[in-house]
Design a protein around this ligand. Structure first.
Ligand SMILES: [Zn+2]
Length: 484
């Protein structure tokens, strides 16, 4: 059985240990509902291991819809093109995101460059990592890698002794068909939603497995003349030409896209004001003449273009996915600006009540704020993508709190957020573990009946995604798509 098998393997990673200790702890501490307020305490719901097993079994058997990835096309990955694939050895499974923890744990830049270099013998790379491994192997990023290595390569622990096997298994695994094997067969993922990083939309060779989001980032940020303008062949002399460029992308790919996506929050806050075309046109003119814009002008131009793109998305019934919160990488995140994301998110919800906004990554670390937004605004949705590995316990707590605060039909519980496919497996295991734990705790603490927990599993793991992104209709269309 898939569940038992996988669960046993997980147990060996000591994750089971944490479930068991939590179980023991719970059986000795009365739940909230069991705290006596009279002399006759009434135990409303009884926690049993059988109950936990039932939730776990269901969570581990239920297919996930993965609502956010940056996966390369399989053929691009196999091309080992250095522009796309940083290194083609076992360290690649660490290149996103564990590379950041390795750096912040203290690995010098020079060593770090060598570690991810194509030119260093993969076997020699272990000695570069060894001094830092203990410090990073238990973070969410680290656990996603460890679980992947265990599940995919059958190696219990990364070490000097096992590194040869890891490298050998890396090479054996990475080959034709490995995307399907990892995503569908091992991670039980029905479909992914990919935000391609090399181009605005990818004409994928696996359209029903790797569904695609249309990037609107370069439509409004910059804007990006080269990446978004050039493929259209439209000559850009004025703002209305750029409007045509944006419309071109929507006309060409809108019906195939699952959503639109912008990670502009890496550059600035998401405080987009409605700026008219009359106001934006002279600024755009300056931009194409390569004159320097003031920061106020730059903001006004981006604000105008953001709303122009969002309106096109809304016309096509495409949800708008926005990065919020934590920044990938290391050494540059301005937390004081991120703190403003939730407040600005509420402004967007008010300004465009017909647009469905999907706020990504639980706006970590400001996730309580995001729960209040989803509770208050009908057009606010939350995607837990990436969150399970940024901080697995915060993600579990988030899910628990979300489910007792905001409508359960607006939460999406998994997105691997990876460029390399391997670690989607490790990340999905952490998510399944966290989802089971959140639901079990809600039952054990007396907030949910067992049936309440069980009936939410399908909606939060796949049903919500299917509905929010019209996946039935999109899949039917994508089955027969012939890209030009
Ligand atoms: Zn992402």
């Amino acid at each position: 059985m898939i569940h038992d098998d996988r669960f046993n393997r997980l147990a060996s990673l000591k994750i089971m240990g944490s479930i068991m200790s939590a179980t023991t702890a719970f059986s000795t501490v009365p739940s909230m509902s069991a705290i006596p307020i009279t002399n006759k305490p009434i135990r409303i719901r009884k926690s049993t291991n059988k109950m936990i097993k039932e939730i776990e079994t269901s969570v581990w058997q239920t297919p996930l819809i993965d609502t956010h990835e940056h996966l390369l096309e399989e053929h691009e990955r196999l091309s080992a093109n250095p522009q796309l694939v940083r290194c083609d050895d076992w360290t690649l499974v660490m290149s996103m995101y564990l590379d950041s923890d390795i750096f912040t744990a203290g690995m010098p830049q020079e060593t770090w460059n060598q570690f991810f270099s194509m030119k260093v013998d993969p076997i020699d790379k272990w000695s570069l990592l060894a001094p830092y491994w203990l410090a990073i192997k238990n973070t969410g990023y680290g656990q996603a890698v460890s679980i992947t290595i265990k599940e995919l390569y059958g190696v219990e622990e990364l070490s000097k002794k096992t590194i040869k096997t890891v490298q050998q298994k890396y090479e054996e695994t990475r080959g034709h068909g490995f995307y399907k094997r990892i995503l569908r067969d091992l991670a039980n993922i029905e479909s992914c939603q990919v935000n391609c990083l090399n181009r605005p939309f990818s004409e994928t060779t696996m359209p029903t497995l790797l569904m695609q989001d249309l990037s609107i980032w370069g439509m409004h940020a910059g804007p990006n003349f080269k990446q978004f303008g050039e493929p259209t062949g439209i000559k850009i002399d004025s703002l209305s030409d750029w409007h045509q460029v944006i419309s071109w992308w929507f006309a060409k790919y809108g019906k195939y896209a699952t959503a639109v996506k912008s990670q502009h929050a890496y550059n600035r806050n998401i405080d987009y004001e409605k700026i008219s075309a009359d106001e934006a046109a002279p600024i755009f003119k300056k931009r194409i003449e390569e004159q320097t814009l003031t920061s106020k002008e730059q903001k006004a131009l981006e604000d105008h273009l953001f709303w122009f793109a969002v309106e096109r998305a809304t016309e096509l019934n495409l949800p708008v996915k926005l990065h919020t919160g934590y920044h990938a990488g290391h050494g540059y995140m301005p937390l004081s600006r991120l703190l403003q994301n939730p407040g600005s998110a509420t402004d967007l919800c008010r300004m465009a009540p017909d647009t469905n906004f999907i706020f990504m990554h639980i706006c970590y670390p400001y996730y309580e704020e995001l729960i209040s937004i989803a509770k208050h605004y009908p057009n606010a949705y939350v995607d837990m993508c990436w969150a399970w590995i940024i901080n697995p316990i915060a993600a579990k707590d988030f899910l628990k709190k979300y489910l007792v605060s905001a409508p359960a039909n607006k939460i999406l519980t998994f997105g691997g957020d990876y460029v390399q496919v391997e670690t989607v497996l490790g990340h999905s295991n952490i998510a399944r573990h966290g989802i089971s734990l959140a639901l079990s705790e809600l039952v054990k603490e007396g907030w949910f009946k067992l049936d309440d927990a069980l009936e939410l599993i399908n909606p939060i793991m796949n049903g919500n995604a299917r509905r929010i992104f019209n996946l039935k209709e999109k899949s039917a269309l994508l089955k027969t798509v012939q890209w030009n």
